[in-house]
Design a protein. Structure first.
Length: 120
């Protein structure tokens, strides 16, 4: 089944900037960066077509990532997108992804991600 295209506006944070080290109760911990948390929340509310679908089977992931500049690496956004799909409960586990088709574009005025899931 093809669930259709969904657009999430905003710049995708890089996987390499996903986590930060912080101090809690005198110990160092690793957690998601504030930028990543904010993006997950934005994704959750914008992904209305996909939120709570709970896709359990194998699927293909298609995405077009529009960056504000050409500096960002396309592959760094893929893990973030799949994690966000789990966060909004579109998918139950990103290890069910069997195919990824990703394209990179530049749009300085309107960075965004356009994606769709096709179940097998």
């Amino acid at each position: 089944m093809d669930y259709g295209w969904q657009t999430i506006e905003g710049k995708v944070p890089s996987k390499s900037n996903n986590y930060r080290v912080f101090m809690r109760n005198g110990s160092y911990c690793i957690g998601k960066s504030d930028v990543t948390k904010e993006y997950e929340e934005l994704f959750y509310w914008k992904a209305s077509k996909y939120r709570n679908l709970q896709i359990k089977g194998l699927f293909e992931f298609y995405c077009k990532v529009y960056y504000p500049s050409k500096r960002s690496d396309l592959d760094n956004s893929l893990k973030v997108q799949l994690d966000c799909l789990q966060y909004c409960k579109a998918i139950t586990n990103d290890n069910n992804c069997v195919k990824i088709v990703a394209e990179k574009f530049i749009d300085k005025e309107n960075p965004r991600v356009e994606f769709k899931i096709v179940t097998i």
